[in-house]
Write a protein that binds this ligand. Structure first.
Ligand SMILES: CCCC[C@H](NC(=O)[C@H](Cc1ccccc1)NC(=O)N1CCOCC1)C(=O)N[C@@H](CC1CCCCC1)C(O)(O)C(F)(F)C(=O)NC
Length: 322
């Protein structure tokens, strides 16, 4: 089988993308996240007050995996925890009959106040799953054998609805050739490395290693690269109150590219103007990975590409131009 689910921006800046998923008998809107491996949902186990504005999973005690718990914390300091159920999960017509559904008993304030997100669907390796006493499979791992091809493809778009394809490559969603590289899954993520970057049409050799991450809004790379980029943006500065590089909203932003598998993967300058700030300037889509330890190729990087994540005998990543 195969199937496709839409990926709809949650706001006008593409802060995150939401996809409809049937969990048990409810349809929830989840953030598909290649940076983590838990499928967790807002649930009837939470206080009613934290459910306001959310769709949520009505737990069935008969489906509980007795004694199983989960607890996850994310790079931005948010987190959630709860209990585990085995239930039907359907994504774009692809059905997992007994998927581990992690029902929240508690979520951090950031999730409660973000009323669009009803949970996350992790698409990293199952080795990162937080369920105890026994780690559980991601949705992708659960359905892998029934998929026509062992892959999912990510088609996030700039200020528009895109899609996640499971089990097939949709030729209508890209142009030109697909360029494949082996994925480094040793840390549980979809790891890639670049051998150069370019700002405008000037190329510089450098090793940039990081992860593809649909659950991260921006593109985080090494500080020297970030400095070199904003040196080309008149009026740009590091603004600690805003938490990153900002610039005049009228600035012309150069294109940025990373060379992966010998092919330049270009991020259009337009995509690097992420959003206006409360201070009247604009916040950059490229920011420093200081404190993270590796680069994160998030939505700013992904939204100009069709990216195939193939879990074959050797995991591979395919890049194509949208
Ligand atoms: C800087 C290091 C990464 C930060 C990254 N978070 C982000 O990128 C959040 C996502 C978000 C958008 C809207 C509302 C709420 C949250 N955005 C964010 O921090 N910003 C601040 C800068 O401006 C852009 C928006 C993250 O933790 N991503 C998680 C998944 C998110 C967790 C919070 C809810 C949304 C999904 C991740 O799984 O992708 C991870 F890999 F980073 C991770 O922590 N794995 C364990």
């Amino acid at each position: 089988t195969n199937g496709s689910a839409p990926a709809v921006p949650s706001d006008q800046y593409d802060s995150l993308y939401l996809s409809p998923v049937t969990v048990g008998s409810s349809t929830l809107h989840l953030d598909f996240d290649t940076g983590s491996s838990d499928l967790w949902v807002f649930s009837s186990l939470q206080a009613q007050s934290s459910l306001v504005g959310h769709d949520y999973y009505m737990v069935d005690p008969a489906k509980e995996k007795q004694g199983y718990t989960w607890k996850i914390s994310y790079g931005d300091g948010s987190g959630a925890s709860g209990k585990v159920y085995a239930d039907k999960v359907v994504v774009g017509g692809v059905t997992a009959t007994a998927q581990a559904v992690e029902a929240a008993t508690a979520v951090s304030a950031q999730f409660t106040q973000d009323v669009d997100t009803d949970g996350l669907l992790g698409l990293a390796m199952s080795t990162l799953n937080t369920v105890k006493p026994q780690q559980q499979k991601t949705f992708f791992d659960t359905v892998l054998k029934q998929l026509a091809q062992p892959l999912f493809a990510v088609d996030l778009k700039y200020h528009a609805a895109g899609s996640y394809d499971f089990g097939f490559i949709d030729k209508s969603k890209y142009t030109g050739a697909i360029n494949y590289v082996n994925a480094d899954t040793s840390k549980g993520w979809w790891g890639v490395s670049a051998t150069a970057y370019s700002i405008g049409n000037a190329s510089t050799s450098a090793t940039v290693s990081g992860i593809l991450d649909t659950g991260t809004t921006l593109l985080y790379v090494d500080t020297p690269i970030v400095k070199a980029y904003y040196a080309k943006v008149k009026g740009s500065k590091m603004d600690n109150t805003q938490g990153g590089y900002v610039f005049p909203c009228s600035a012309t932003l150069p294109d940025f590219s990373l060379t992966i598998g010998g092919v330049k993967q270009i991020v259009p300058g337009k995509h690097i103007n992420y959003s206006p700030t409360s201070a009247g300037n604009c916040f950059g889509g490229i920011q420093t990975n200081d404190g993270i330890g590796f680069s994160i190729l998030g939505d700013i990087f992904l939204k100009s590409k069709y990216v195939i994540h193939e879990m074959g005998s050797t995991p591979r990543i395919g890049f194509a131009q949208q």
